[in-house]
Design a protein around this ligand. Structure first.
Ligand SMILES: [Zn+2]
Length: 392
């Protein structure tokens, strides 16, 4: 058989539905494979696998030479079979990274799956996730001066909070983050650090953002000789605390309903320009975060600000919300010309985007949101937002 036929046999395996996405991050059309583990993976995940030569070895499906034995092994294993083995018991709180997520999360997921074998059926779950307590130093961005300083962080599930202290022996906490409204997400680019995490919570009706990172710290969990990235351990510890909080709050709810509520990523973030309520004010460039779960489009002067400057509640189509491409007539825009108009029952909001691609991404994210019906909590949040807008 010539080499081209060999690769063709592999490419046929890629046409199977079970192999149509990367086994590790779900990225479509993977064309790399681990011939030790029998999984088809994407280019980026193949880079992660390459750094773990004791457990996995990769080849390109298209370009490398494959022996009959290896092709047969790929056929016998494949992504579905491997998932059944290596993801047999992923705890519900454990964050499964997707294609868009940062490399740290993906790398730790790959190591957790294949190196530590945390999720095979025979393995008990790691204690570090389930003790409900975690403490250690993280670098935290100062609210006012923007400087990163080392702070002691303590997660106490029993008290339902994360506290941070200026010094290890400080008596009084500098800040208290309630698990009730806590959210956490990796923000590699925004913080300029691969281990950067944004933690948010509600404070006096506003969203407080706390930015932290861990300096590439590794730890060795009990019974494991394989290190774990500190920041990922923190992230999952926060997720455990959130998951347990939600389970207590909604005892009758199915796990699958609670999982998306544990933590969430912004569905879209970036710069747009905005004008004021009369739409005659000059357009100003602001950073925007779209939190689709909370139905909030929040804007900031600087992406790393501790609090938003303001925000728009984005309801549903049924409730009369509309998202339109372009600006209403007679508006004098600034440099950026690709407009977006959000119509709410109370007023119109207009924005401009840097280019058409960005505009279409914002439109897609906003339209997805307004197509989703509102819950009782959403109606309450909407009423609050209208109340805040009206002159007192
Ligand atoms: Zn991947």
């Amino acid at each position: 058989m010539d080499d081209r036929d060999r690769n063709k046999r592999l490419l046929d395996l890629l046409k199977l539905r079970e192999n149509s996405e990367c086994a590790d991050c779900g990225c479509p059309e993977p064309d790399w494979a681990s011939y030790k583990l029998g999984v088809f993976i994407c280019l980026q995940c193949s880079g992660i696998h390459r750094n773990l030569p004791s457990i996995t070895k990769v080849k390109s499906v298209r370009l490398d030479y494959w022996t009959d034995d290896l092709i047969q092994f790929m056929k016998d294993t494949g992504n579905q079979r491997a998932t059944e083995i290596y993801e047999a018991s992923v705890p519900p709180f454990y964050y499964r990274p997707r294609a868009k997520d940062c490399v740290v999360l993906k790398e730790q997921w790959v190591r957790a799956k294949y190196e530590r074998e945390e999720f095979t059926s025979s393995r008990r779950s790691l204690d570090i996730y389930t003790t409900g307590h975690r403490e250690g130093f993280l670098w935290k961005r100062g609210k006012d001066n923007g400087q990163f300083l080392k702070r002691m962080f303590i997660l106490s599930e029993r008290e339902g909070v994360v506290k941070y202290y200026t010094k290890q022996d400080s008596k009084v906490a500098k800040g208290i983050i309630p698990i009730k409204s806590l959210n956490a997400m990796f923000q590699e680019e925004k913080l300029g650090h691969v281990h950067g995490l944004e933690i948010t919570y509600l404070k006096d009706g506003k969203t407080r953002s706390v930015f932290v990172y861990h300096e590439n710290g590794m730890m060795f969990p009990d019974d494991f000789c394989v290190p774990l990235q500190e920041i990922v351990a923190w992230f999952n510890a926060l997720r455990v605390a959130r998951f347990n909080y939600l389970k207590a709050l909604f005892p009758a709810a199915a796990e699958s309903e609670l999982i998306p509520k544990i933590t969430r990523n912004y569905s879209k973030a970036g710069y747009m320009e905005k004008t004021g309520p009369t739409q005659r004010e000059a357009f100003k460039k602001r950073w925007f975060n779209l939190d689709s779960q909370e139905r909030k489009l929040l804007y900031y002067k600087d992406p790393l600000d501790a609090f938003e400057q303001g925000g728009v509640f984005v309801g549903s189509k049924e409730r009369g919300y509309q998202v339109l491409a372009g600006l209403p007539k007679g508006i004098t825009r600034n440099r950026w010309k690709d407009g977006i108009t959000i119509e709410t029952p109370e007023r119109k909001y207009v924005f401009t985007c840097e280019n058409t691609k960005d505009q279409s991404e914002w439109l897609e994210a906003l339209r997805e949101l307004i197509s989703r019906p509102m819950t009782t909590e959403d109606f309450n949040a909407e009423a609050d937002s209208f109340r805040k807008m009206r002159p007192k």
